[in-house]
Design a protein around this ligand. Structure first.
Ligand SMILES: [Fe+2]
Ligand SMILES: [Fe+2]
Length: 139
């Protein structure tokens, strides 16, 4: 069994902390939603996949807005570039949703789950980490 067929694809760890409790909590919820999506996929439960995909799209959008508001409030210099990354990620999630709803994919495939998992961990660990208060103080 590889990690994609395992119900829990990602585990939030303290190393993923961006130093802002509210945003860490958001990231934990996104991790949980991606895990739920993997579980729905494994169960081949199309209705559940649809429900979780909907929730994920809405939640990611809300999270990005909260994160951008935080970066703005602390005068984070990389805000504009970060906004562009968020836009691209939102578009990708929207595309996954549309493909699913238009019946181009019967279920959310393993490549989609792999993309979401990699995106999530990479974006948090690399790009989100840049606004960590400790990082900004050190800069
Ligand atoms: Fe971000
Ligand atoms: Fe984030």
């Amino acid at each position: 069994m590889n990690d994609l067929t395992c119900p829990s694809v990602i585990t939030w760890t303290p190393e993923m902390s961006v130093g802002v409790p509210e945003l860490d909590e958001d990231h934990r919820v996104i991790v949980s939603l991606i895990n739920q999506l993997a579980e729905a996929h494994n169960l081949n439960d199309i209705v559940l996949v649809e429900t979780v995909l909907d929730r994920l799209a809405v939640y990611v959008d809300e999270h990005f807005r909260r994160e951008e508001a935080y970066m703005e409030s602390v005068g984070f210099p990389g805000l504009q570039a970060h906004r562009h990354i968020h836009h691209a990620l939102t578009a990708k999630v929207e595309q996954i949703r549309l493909d699913f709803f238009l019946g181009k994919s019967d279920s959310v495939g393993e490549s989609t789950l792999k993309f979401l998992k990699e995106w999530l961990t990479q974006h948090i660990l690399v790009e989100d980490m840049e606004y960590h208060p400790d990082r900004r103080e050190a800069a």
